[in-house]
Ligand binder design. Structure first.
Ligand code: DQA
Length: 143
């Protein structure tokens, strides 16, 4: 049984309503349903977690290591650009992670073009919309 966590950071609870011209109209619940459908019938457990609180996300990442998760898909949202603590949590957990951004962060404001967390991840997928989460999931399941 492979266990993969999908972690979403601040403001992603408002997906579907929040700046839809950038992030689209699908909600986080739609994403969860689509990812669950993708692995239906496989020996895969998906765990979804969203928080607007940095510490809660860090606590969750540490718990994934303790609970022997095989992969993390992380969209740290704005914390990507600011949080040394989130980077350290990913490094400390030692669970293979793929960073996903719905928008292409390199086409946006300069402050979004730097990711503090990317060096703690195996790969970064940016700009594929919600498809990026599916690509990350497929990648982690093939490893
Ligand atoms: C985001 C990009 C971030 O810059 C932004 O703060 C987000 C979402 C994305 O998925 O495109 O909240 O991570």
């Amino acid at each position: 049984m492979k266990k993969i966590a999908i972690i979403n950071g601040p403001n992603l609870d408002r997906l579907g309503q929040r700046e839809p011209e950038i992030y689209g109209r699908a909600t986080l619940a739609d994403l969860e349903q689509a990812l669950r459908a993708e692995v239906a019938g496989q020996a895969v457990e998906l765990e979804f977690f969203q928080s607007n609180h940095e510490g809660a996300i860090i606590d969750r990442i540490a718990s994934l290591a303790d609970r022997k998760f095989s992969g993390i898909i992380i969209n740290g949202a704005a914390l990507t650009h600011t949080s040394v603590a989130l980077r350290d949590a990913l490094l400390g957990a030692g669970v293979p992670a793929v960073e996903v951004h719905i928008s292409n962060i390199y086409k946006r404001e300069e402050f979004r073009q730097r990711s503090l967390t990317a060096p703690a991840c195996l790969a970064v997928i940016t700009g594929l919309g919600l498809e990026g989460y599916h690509a990350a999931l497929r990648f982690l399941l093939k490893r």
